[in-house]
Design a protein around this ligand. Structure first.
Ligand SMILES: Nc1ncnc2c1ncn2[C@@H]1O[C@H](COP(=O)(O)OP(=O)(O)O)[C@@H](O)[C@H]1O
Ligand SMILES: [Mg+2]
Length: 249
């Protein structure tokens, strides 16, 4: 771990105005994430995960509070500046893969590199390299719908990796997959983390969160737990003993 955090959030608030009422979707979140970590952000539906992910991913900015990403204050950035941070620093992985159906795998993966200004030759070389890394280099000519769900998620992980981002941000990456394929995708993320990639995985599922090194649990827009996964598992076990086997959080 380097001394400077990759991500630092200080008292992040995100308030949505809904007519007369205000929703505090993120209500004073402070956290630090260091390079090389594998962190799960876990919480029930409506707890504020997507709101937090949008801020971490520079898709949105907070109502108040500070968000520093690799030394840069992102909290008040707008439009093109935010887009540049996103393109350069963050690789996104979504539940629904978001692949372009008419483009082959190589094209899907090399597209983000176009925005980075790489030549066609370099884009293709890099795209093939990351497709090989996720184990589907031989399928580069295929269209997304010629692949299984797990393979499509590998492509989306390859696309996220292509630009060498500072952070991989994965939102329910196994949400559309069966348990065996989920296992494979989680193992791939773990491998990528072992190779030095920083990963933030967002999930509503405690058993998925338990795969990370560190867990940050969100309840009602606030951090209710932040610590090592072993400790989180103990917390879950204790609440199971108190409340029966229903481990929903
Ligand atoms: N654009 C929005 N406008 C109004 N309320 C929103 C908006 N986005 C989210 N919310 C509200 O903020 C809270 C947190 O939502 P969200 O961040 O999507 O949680 P999660 O991803 O954990 O399900 C919820 O009460 C939700 O209804
Ligand atoms: Mg959500």
């Amino acid at each position: 771990m380097s001394a400077e955090p990759l991500i630092e959030m200080i008292d992040i608030q995100k308030v949505y105005n809904m007519g007369d009422t205000q929703v505090r979707a993120n209500d004073g979140i402070s956290l630090k994430i260091y390079q090389g970590e594998f962190v799960a952000i876990v919480g029930k539906s409506g707890s504020g995960k997507s709101t937090l992910m949008n801020i971490i991913g520079a898709l949105d900015t907070p109502t108040s509070g500070k968000y520093i990403l690799k030394g840069q204050d992102v909290s008040k950035m707008k439009g093109d500046y935010l887009a540049e941070i996103r393109n350069k620093m963050i690789g996104f992985v979504f539940q629904q893969y978001n692949l372009l159906p008419k483009q082959n795998l190589l094209e899907n993966v090399s597209l983000p590199l176009l925005y980075a200004g790489l030549s066609e030759g370099k884009r293709k070389k890099r795209a093939l390299e990351v497709l090989e890394k996720v184990g589907i280099g031989d399928k580069w000519r295929n269209l997304p719908n010629q692949l299984s769900g797990g393979q499509q998620q590998r492509v989306s992980i390859a696309r996220a990796l292509a630009g060498n981002p500072s952070l991989i941000l994965a939102d329910e990456p196994t949400g559309a997959l069966d348990s065996r394929t989920s296992r494979e995708v989680l193992d791939l993320l773990k491998d990528l983390n072992r190779e030095g990639n920083t990963i933030v995985l967002i999930t509503h599922d405690n058993s998925i969160a338990a795969e990370a090194q560190r867990v940050i649990r969100i309840i009602d827009g606030k951090v209710s737990f932040d610590g090592k996964v072993e400790k989180y598992k103990n917390v879950l076990k204790e609440s199971e003993e108190e409340h029966g086997s229903d481990t929903s959080i």
